[in-house]
Design a protein around this ligand. Structure first.
Ligand SMILES: [Zn+2]
Ligand SMILES: [Zn+2]
Length: 444
């Protein structure tokens, strides 16, 4: 493949063997070639952009959530009338997705109330991520209306009733915290083995139904009491409820705004590098698509001691910035290889070194299918691995520590800041490819 030869050319000068990756308008891939001491290599891919004009109608069965919401909202009013959440305002604003390709609407809600094992946060900042954009463009089916936003920092303001004392001691009122977008239930068969990234309840309730793990949302409109669903914690809001297992403490030395990206972009990059690609010192990495996650991958690869770090994108501006994040080589795929989106998955898998790993780290449009050369897969022992986020309880504290020690450069990773009122501008800029690195919406 041409991309493969382009990367090989870059690596000749650094006395290493081949690895490669490809990029089209939005697919982002990471390809890792190991040092000679290991025979494997890896390639990670994520889909960041899709067709603008494919607005699939979302069809969801809500399993009677609409019916149950009446009882939950009346319970909510009961608890509010008893003075629950004393000292909190009676309402808050949140950004609501109602229909594909329509702007988010800022709407008034009752202050959400946490249940057992859950924490109410005053949200401080929320990152601007392609996963939300996929939902907003109708590319990923999700319950609607919903509050988007899943990359947050905040301050603990309330514990759900009957939350265990250990959790309260770990996350006392007033704590500065960061939330992982995958909020593990802590009890399912995967969580009990430490595979937080596969949490059954997270996928069954949050991703499939837009609720928390009792099958109910915590968000109710102030005017009508009607339920609104939650993408992760529904973090693009002045307050949000997060299962405690998804939270870790944010040290005082780290700022609320920039640290928001630790909960998705950096968390995802860390999960892919540590758990899926298993990057080791001396490995070579190629990252295709230098957006928020891709640029975080470069930094994590550098932190893990990768020797050759190849950035591939179609925008020179992003490639230029990639060098700040640790890229040792840069390839403009638009100049060196024009790859159609349909071909990208195949190209990426073909680009990985024999015995290597192709790790897919992002989401494609719902229903997207990739092709694989089966005989090469078999004969050359290629591994194709999916990696979604990271393991909240194990990985997020390590991600925070990387930022705290300056190994991960948060300041440069966040390139733009928006106010809460500018939320739609932020997603529009993301959609146009105008954000180099990551943008964050400040809510505090
Ligand atoms: Zn995200
Ligand atoms: Zn679980």
């Amino acid at each position: 493949m041409m991309i493969r030869s382009a990367i090989a050319k870059r690596l000749v000068s650094s006395n290493s063997s081949s690895s490669s990756s490809t990029s089209s308008s939005g697919w982002s891939w990471l390809c890792q070639k190991t040092s000679s001491s290991r025979s494997s290599s890896s390639l990670v891919g994520q889909c960041l952009n899709d067709d603008d004009n494919n607005n699939k109608k979302l069809e969801f069965e809500f399993d009677g959530i609409g019916k149950t919401s009446k009882s939950s909202s009346s319970r909510w009013f009961h608890s509010a009338s008893l003075g629950g959440g004393g000292g909190l305002p009676s309402s808050m604003r949140a950004a609501v997705f109602r229909e594909p390709n329509k702007p988010l609407t800022i709407e008034e809600f009752h202050i959400p109330r946490p249940k057992s094992g859950e924490i109410l946060l005053k949200t401080k900042a929320c990152g601007v991520c392609h996963s939300d954009l996929h939902v907003m463009k109708g590319e990923l089916p999700f319950a609607s209306p919903c509050v988007v936003g899943h990359e947050i920092t905040g301050e603990v303001v309330e514990h759900g009733p009957a939350t265990d004392t250990k959790t309260i001691a770990r996350l006392p009122i007033g704590s500065r915290v960061i939330g992982a977008f995958i909020m593990p239930c802590g009890n399912c068969s995967y969580c009990s083995k430490g595979h937080d990234d596969l949490c059954e309840d997270f996928f069954a309730y949050n991703r499939a139904k837009g609720t928390l793990y009792d099958g109910e949302t915590r968000l109710f409109l102030h005017s009508s009491g009607k339920p609104v669903y939650m993408y992760s914690m529904g973090g693009l809001a002045e307050y949000c409820v997060v299962p405690a297992n998804g939270l870790t403490i944010l040290p005082k030395s780290l700022p609320y705004t920039e640290s928001a990206i630790l909960g998705c972009a950096v968390f995802t990059a860390y999960g892919a590098m540590a758990n899926a690609a298993e990057v080791r010192p001396g490995d070579s990495i190629a990252v295709i698509g230098i957006g928020g996650v891709g640029s975080s991958c470069l930094q994590i690869a550098r932190a893990f001691g990768a020797s050759d770090i190849i950035a591939v994108d179609v925008q020179d501006e992003k490639l230029q910035k990639a060098k700040i994040f640790g890229a040792t080589h840069a390839i403009n795929a638009a100049k060196e290889d024009a790859v159609g989106k349909i071909m990208t998955f195949l190209q990426c898998v073909q680009s990985v070194k024999d015995g290597g790993k192709a790790v897919m780290i992002g989401l494609a449009q719902s229903g997207s299918v990739g092709e694989v050369d089966i005989n090469r897969l078999v004969r050359r022992k290629i591994q194709i691995i999916g990696s979604y986020g990271g393991r909240a309880r194990q990985d997020l504290p390590k991600v925070v520590r990387l930022a705290e020690t300056g190994v991960f450069d948060l300041t440069n990773a966040v390139s733009r800041k928006y106010t809460f009122e500018e939320s739609n501008d932020a997603f529009q800029d993301l959609n146009k490819g105008n954000i180099v690195g990551r943008a964050v919406i400040e809510i505090m």
